[in-house]
Design a protein around this ligand. Structure first.
Ligand code: NCD
Length: 360
């Protein structure tokens, strides 16, 4: 299914040259934001936030306001018709009739793609469950471009909840498309990076290793990307408490790192980075959050000027087959076409990237 609009659901739907253009524009805006103050005058952005957010929502909103546009939306679905049982299709259809661009965050994997299927304007994925978070990745890439002056030849340590953390999923997928990047995945056995992301890294040309020890790899890193244990995505409190506090970055551990290593974190921080680390000049997470506003300005501007179409569904339905990932949007929104790529015994859900092994 090809949509008439330029959506951003997964960064990998676009070529790296497009990301680079966006990053160049983001850097230009960062250097002189006043120049862009009227670039989106008369345009309106709708933000549909079905899940809590501070940075992503506010940076999108300020981005649009700083471009001269206006904003509508909700950040609490219980105050909208969602509370009356309205489905995602209807909410998106209606809001896309009011707005020129929609930004959606949702607790369910594949929700942004599902919204794009019906929207009459571009849709931007601001996080779909534990799946992807492409605009956080654009934020991270701009941070690396400005602060490390390169997006290649990096050793990146990603640490924490690699299983549920959508930011590290999108980031590793994207960075593996630049040459000579190596990922060191630091997590417990339970919270390892999903295999579909590891396969995407290898397909992109990146390399990776997995470890349980942060201390053991600190001195190898150019970048340490810390993440929060995603409490809301655990089946029970016990499982969460078993993982909590496994990795805590302290000034003592920072002594093991190279003088030019940088620490990033998508935020919010819970307790995986102690507050005294904030005073280390290598701690860049607050700066990183500000880069997010500039790259979102670049993204909004680019999508509103683009006439590009987006291929949303490339595969097909298979009689009676449904995705067996219970966190996939096709379960919550049963009217969606259950579309898969792949063939024979291995199908890949086009919403959540979950793999289905079929036995004939
Ligand atoms: C992240 C998210 O929502 O996935 N936050 C963000 O967008 N900056 C990370 C998190 O919630 O842990």
């Amino acid at each position: 299914m090809i949509s008439e609009f330029p959506h951003l659901i997964d960064l990998n739907d676009y070529p790296v040259s497009w990301w680079n253009g966006l990053l160049d524009l983001g850097e230009k805006i960062l250097q002189n934001p006043a120049l862009y103050a009227n670039s989106c005058k008369g345009k309106l952005m709708g933000t549909l936030f079905y899940e809590p957010s501070t940075r992503t929502q506010m940076s999108f909103q300020t981005a649009m306001l700083r471009l001269g546009g206006t904003i509508i939306g909700f950040d609490n679905p219980s105050t909208s018709s969602v509370a009356k049982g309205e489905n995602l299709k209807d909410t998106t259809k209606i809001v896309s009739g009011y707005a020129d661009v929609i930004v959606i965050r949702h607790p369910t994997a594949g929700a942004a793609k599902a919204a794009a299927l019906t929207a009459d304007c571009p849709v931007i994925n601001a996080g779909d469950g534990g799946h992807l978070h492409p605009t956080q990745t654009l934020t991270d890439l701009l941070t690396l471009k400005v602060e490390k002056k390169r997006l290649s030849g990096l050793t990146i340590g990603v640490c924490g909840d690699l299983y549920n953390g959508r930011t590290v999923h999108s980031l590793c997928k994207a960075l593996s498309c630049y040459p000579n990047n190596h990922f060191i995945m630091i997590s417990t056995k339970e919270l390892r990076m999903p295999s579909y992301i590891k396969d995407a890294i290898s397909a992109g040309g990146g390399t990776y290793e997995e470890t349980e020890s942060l201390e053991a790899v600190m001195d190898k890193l150019d970048v340490l990307y810390m993440t929060r244990i995603q409490k809301e995505r655990f089946a029970s409190e016990e499982e969460y408490f078993a993982q909590k506090d496994t990795y805590i970055l302290t000034p003592k551990k920072m002594q093991l790192a190279n003088p030019d290593m940088i620490v990033m974190h998508p935020l919010p921080r819970v307790d995986e980075i102690t507050v005294p680390v904030d005073d280390d000049p290598r701690a860049l997470y607050f700066k990183q959050a500000k880069y997010g506003m500039y790259i979102r300005m670049a993204l909004i501007l680019t999508l509103l000027q683009s006439t590009r179409k987006t291929e949303l569904l490339k595969g097909k339905e298979h009689m009676g087959i449904v995705c067996d990932n219970e966190k996939c949007i096709t379960h919550a929104e049963p009217y969606l076409p259950k579309s898969f790529t792949g063939r024979d015994t291995l199908l890949v859900c086009e919403y959540c990237d979950h793999r289905l092994l079929l036995r004939h």
